[in-house]
Design a binder for this molecule. Structure first.
Ligand code: GLU
Length: 478
């Protein structure tokens, strides 16, 4: 027995689903749909179902299923039920097709593809919408043609001829479509396999889905699905069609705009909390709030304030959000997230600067884990004084600069190696030689790190360690 779901306050019965087709990776649009469905269910203490729509055997792959599961796990979107696989529910679809045939809501159609093409052509020529002409559609008092021998029929849904289908979309508001706009949809192919729209209907019904939140590329399917649900005597779910995500240039987001796979963002050093925050905000708002926790999202996400217009992907804003979440992590929490990225770059962590201290130094200025790892190579990368860029050597390691560096070496030879003492040593050389900071700091950076820019030089030298710094400076004197 299904319970009415006319009001969003019917907390306990909310059941949402994410129903991806496993034909590629989990893309950003799909991830956002999943997130909204998840957050809506969580908000009402309901159930979030994962359904894999894998009936397209040519395009569905186990790798794509895994990519979807990985993407959702990374984002922390744990389904309460599922994954259910449509390919495992074929008997159930066949059963409902039989039921619809028996109740007169569906019929066998023996028209060949060539005949269908011809019908469409005739309609087009008459200035009408190209459509199936109803040759095999049973009507009271109509005599149907004799089924041709040796031809397998398809099964068509007997769509109402008049009236309209309407629903109050959670995102777009009221939508109405005249039934004259809708064809008699094929629900089973000649080989008996059910078609896409039909499986969605049976599943949403069987899984007692109360709220269907999905991309607005499905909006044309909704009236067809509603008619089939009605024929089955099913309670209708509420529908919410979320607009597409556009790239920064206003075109629908695609590979052209860079990464569209969620896991690519993992690889690129984004944090799942940042992605969740950013994706949630892309098409939904809560006042002026830009930064919010998962818990706040769940608290606030009640199906209102979903944007009707398409959202625009903004990499700069994503970086800003990510930087915020990076700063929420302690150096101890950052370290394990960055170590693997450093070793992948060939970095050596043994006998080098302590990773937590390096994180403490670099995190305030980084936007992604990848950027952190890249910057950390300053401490863990191989360094060969001979390999310092010749132009830098010529420009910054002049004879006079080498003289300042020699003075610096004398100054620090016997100090206890700490940022404070290093800073004092630098100041003392500046004073003795009447120099400005860059006149010493830049040659020091080039000689010790091969770069002209680094975080504060006293911290960098302190973390590199006395032996390393002095060895690099001595190498220069040779
Ligand atoms: N399987 C469909 C897709 O991946 C979604 C179907 C739905 O949400 O109803 O686009």
């Amino acid at each position: 027995m299904r319970i009415m779901n006319t009001s969003t306050s019917s907390a306990a019965v909310v059941r949402t689903r994410f129903a991806p087709s496993p034909t590629g990776f989990l893309h950003l649009g799909g991830a956002r749909t999943a997130l909204y469905s998840w957050a809506y269910a969580r908000h009402f203490g309901g159930t979030f179902v994962l359904r894999i729509e894998d009936t397209d055997l040519e395009r569905s792959t186990p790798e794509a299923v895994q990519a979807i599961l990985d993407g959702m796990a990374w984002l922390g979107l744990k389904p309460d039920e599922g994954p259910f696989y449509q390919t495992q529910r074929m008997d159930r679809y066949a059963e409902i097709i039989q039921q619809l045939l028996e109740s007169g809501h569906a019929y066998h159609c023996y028209s060949t593809p060539e005949e269908i093409d011809a019908m469409r052509e005739r309609a087009r020529a008459a200035g009408l919408k190209p459509r199936y002409d109803g040759t095999w559609r049973p009507e009271p008092g109509k005599t149907l043609p004799q089924p041709p021998a040796n031809r397998q029929p398809v099964v068509r849904f007997r769509n109402p001829l008049d009236g309209e289908v309407g629903w109050n979309d959670m995102v777009k508001g009221p939508i109405r479509i005249a039934n004259t706009e809708l064809d008699d949809l094929v629900i089973a192919r000649q080989d008996g396999t059910p078609t896409y729209n039909f499986c969605v209907v049976v599943d949403d019904w069987d899984m007692r889905i109360t709220h269907v939140i999905r991309g607005d590329d499905h909006i044309n399917n909704t009236p067809r699905q509603i008619n089939i649900l009605r024929a089955l005597g099913a309670e209708l779910p509420q529908y919410g069609h979320v607009p597409m995500i556009l790239g920064p240039d206003g075109e629908v987001l695609s590979k052209r705009h860079g990464a569209v796979s969620v896991m690519q963002y993992h690889d690129d050093g984004y944090l799942p909390d940042a992605m969740v925050n950013y994706l949630a905000r892309l098409g939904w708002s809560h006042g002026d709030d830009e930064l919010f926790s998962r818990q706040q999202l769940v608290e606030w996400f009640d199906g209102t304030h979903l944007s009707r217009s398409a959202a625009q992907w903004d990499p700069k804003k994503l970086n800003w959000v990510n930087a915020h979440y990076l700063r929420q992590l302690s150096p101890e929490q950052l370290a394990p997230r960055v170590v693997e990225r450093i070793t992948r770059r060939g970095g050596e962590l043994e006998n080098a600067a302590p990773i937590t201290e390096v994180m403490a130094l670099l995190a305030p200025r980084a936007e992604t884990l990848e950027e952190l790892a890249e910057n950390a190579m300053l401490f863990y990368g191989k360094f060969d004084p001979v390999a310092i860029d010749a132009e830098l050597v010529e420009k910054h390691l002049t004879d006079s600069a080498r003289g300042y560096l020699a003075a610096f070496v004398r100054e620090v030879q016997d100090i206890e190696w700490s940022p404070e003492n290093l800073s004092a040593a630098i100041k003392s050389v500046l004073k003795a030689k009447q120099l400005k900071m860059p006149q010493l700091a830049i040659p020091l950076r080039v000689a010790v790190t091969g770069r002209t820019q680094t975080p504060s030089i006293d911290m960098v030298l302190a973390l590199l360690g006395k032996d390393v710094v002095l060895a690099r400076l001595h190498a220069l004197q040779k």
